[in-house]
Design a protein around this ligand. Sequence first.
Ligand code: SF4
Length: 380
Amino acid sequence: MKYVDEFRDGDVAARLAEAIARESDTGRSYAFMEFCGGHTHAISRYGVTDLLPANVRMIHGPGCPVCVLPIGRIDMAIRLVLERPEVILTTYGDCLRVPASNQLSLLKAKAQGGDVRMVYSAADALALAQKHPEREVVFFAIGFETTTPPTALVIKQARTMGLKNFSVICNHVLTPSAIMTILESPEVRELGTVPLDGFIGPAHVSTIIGSKPYAFFAEEYRKPVVIAGFEPLDVMQAIRMLVRQVNEGRAEVENEFTRAVDEHGNLKAQALVSEVFELRRSFEWRGLREVPYSALKIRDGFGEQDAERKFGLEFTSVPDNKACECGAILRGVKKPTDCKIFGTVCTPENPMGSCMVSSEGACAAHYNYGRFRDVPVVAA
Ligand code: SF4
C-alpha cells in the first residue's frame, strides 16, 4: 500500500474484522492497551471498537503528553510568567488550556497579563528569542520521545549561537517507564481489575527508540507488544496480531509499522537527546504519580538553557480536581464515560481535566467522535 487512503479502506477493514472475530477464542476475553494517544484518537475516530467482537476490548493508556502533565508543572510555568514581566512563555497550543490550580490555565494567565504565546515548534520559540533579545523567552517543552529531539536541537543551537535569553522548562517523559509503571500497578499485578493481555506499541515514539526497548515487557512480563501505525487498518492488523500471539501463547515484540519503525530507531536523534538530556531521578505524572527515572532533565553543560535553574523554579505537587477521573483513565482503570461530569460540565470547549483538552486525550476522543452515544460512528 502506498497512499494513506488505502490504510482506511472500509472493505479491508471489514475483512480484518471478520478475521479477528474468526481467530479470537469465544471461550475467553482479550484486553489490549493502546499506549499512545494517537491510537486512542484513531480508534475513536474510525470506530474501530465497533468492528471488534464483544470479547476483544481496548483499554486506553497514558500515552497522551498533555494528559499526563501534572497540575504542578503548569502552575510552575504560570507563576513564572505572572511574576517575571520580562518572560515570554511559549508552548504548544494544547498546553495552553490544561486546567491548573486556582481555576487558572496558561491561557487564563495570558488574560491576566502574562506574555504567553503559542508556538508550532521548538524552532519557533528559538526564533522568537532571536527576534526579542531584550526579553527572556522560555519554551515549555512537553512530549514523549518523538518531540524530545527537536527540543534537544534548539537547546544546542541556543548554546552554539550564544543566545542568552532562551531557556527551556523540560517536561519530556519516557514511554518504557510508563509501560513498566502500568504493569507494576496494583490494578494489573494484584487486584486484576485491569486485565492486560498485550499492548499496541506507539507509532511515532517507536520511530525514534525502535522496537528493541519493548522486548523487556514481552520477556519479563510475558505481554505481547505489536507496534502499529496510526491508520485504522494498522490498528486492526495489530489487534489481529495480538490475538494470534495470545492464542499461541507467545509474548513477543512484533512490528506492524515496518514502513517507519525498525529495531534500533533513529540513532542520530538518540545521540542528540543523550548529549543534551539526562534522566531525572523522579517525575510526577498525572495518574501514575511519582515515577522513578521516567523523565529527562537538561544536563549541567547546558545549564544556561535550563529555565528551572535560571529562574529557580520549584515544583509543588497538587492534587487533581476531585470530580475528574483522568488519573484512573490514564491507568486504564476507568473509561471516560465513568466520569460523572463527562460531556456535561466537562467538554472540549470547557475542559475540567487534561484528558478533555488534547485530541489525543481519551475524553476528548470519546466526546468528539460520539463514543458515548448509543449509535456507533464509523467515520470515513
Ligand atoms: S470528562 Fe473531564 S473531568 Fe471527567 S475525567 Fe475526563 S477530563 Fe476529567
